[in-house]
Unconditional design. Structure first.
Length: 318
């Protein structure tokens, strides 16, 4: 392959391509055919070499809808790469979409529905995965079933999402990693849909909740929501339980709006659970979290806020 080439995208941006930077367009023009250019994410992801922390590999995705077209017995897009970034080239994340329409026990394999179909739109196996300025969605919505947007087949580290929309139903985020960071992103789902990692930070995100218990549990260390907006639409409950089985949560300068009246940390209360809050509102009014178990709620102060800073949560030992 040539050492480098330049290419003008649909929105007029000029990008430089090389052995670590590939371009993907479903409607690749003849003039752009050649080294580092592909018509499918799958082919590009297979061809590009692993990146590393200092120099991640990048797939630039032209604005379009990329259907992963999974079969009943397999996921359509499985990426096995270290330190890979997927970067949408549209003006907003809605312009570049990775999508499928699938769920467990939906068109299941075998046909007698005796087994579950893999329900992810895409699977990524590798450390250092990053998504920027794109939408990852699972459109299946006819019944309440697992309909994951993105998942993994192992536990990895250093994942991040910047200016993304991640849309699904049950288990939208179907992964559990060590450190995960979400910034300026929209996450949508019903139950158990907010996954992440042992150390998970959601910063300036919008979270749309359509059932109680949006989290199964906060994992080993803590899940921090900072400057986030939650929209809540419950059908059968007036209490929003943030998790089923607890763990350490932090709500720092967050707002809730919708039809819930009470917010609790967890459905099954544990005496030793400790969660932190500061400046939290419900429909524009200050709200006390966990009225049923006030011993679980501790106000976040300047003295202890450093324990949940990004550097402490995500810095690790590297």
């Amino acid at each position: 392959m040539d050492s480098m080439r330049s290419l003008q995208t649909k929105n007029g941006m000029v990008i430089n391509l090389d052995e670590r930077h590939y371009y993907v367009s479903r409607s690749l023009e003849e003039k752009n055919e050649g080294p580092y250019c592909f018509r499918s994410i799958k082919e590009a992801a297979e061809a590009i070499p692993d990146g590393n922390k200092e120099t991640p590999s990048v797939l630039y995705l032209e604005q379009d809808v990329y259907w992963t077209n999974g079969a009943p017995d397999r996921v359509g897009l499985v990426i096995q790469k270290e330190w890979l970034t997927l970067c949408g080239l549209g003006k907003k994340p809605e312009d570049t979409v990775i999508a499928d329409n699938r769920g467990h026990m939906v068109n299941a394999y075998p046909s007698d529905n005796s087994a579950s179909s893999p329900a992810q739109t895409m699977i990524v196996n590798g450390n250092g995965f990053r998504a920027e300025n794109l939408t990852i969605g699972n459109r299946y919505s006819d019944i309440i079933t697992q309909a994951y947007a993105i998942g993994s087949q192992g536990e990895y580290d250093c994942w991040s999402f910047e200016n993304c929309r991640i849309l699904g139903m049950l288990d939208t985020l179907s992964f559990h990693h060590n450190r995960v960071y979400f910034h300026n992103s929209l996450i949508r789902g019903t139950k158990d849909f907010i996954g992440g990692g042992d150390y998970a930070v959601y910063e300036e995100c919008q979270i749309e909740i359509f059932d109680t218990c949006p989290m199964y549990m906060a994992r080993e260390a803590a899940t921090v929501y900072r400057n986030c907006k939650f929209t809540v639409q419950l059908e059968d409950f007036d209490t929003l339980y943030l998790t089923k089985f607890g763990g350490q949560l932090v709500l720092d300068n967050c707002s809730f709006c919708g039809n819930c009246k009470i917010i609790e940390w967890e459905l099954e209360t544990k005496k030793d659970a400790r969660c932190y809050w500061r400046n939290v509102t419900l429909n524009g009014h200050p709200v006390a979290i966990s009225q049923a178990s006030p011993w679980n709620s501790i106000e976040l102060t300047k003295k202890i806020e450093g324990a949940f800073s990004n550097s402490n949560m995500l810095g690790g030992n590297d």
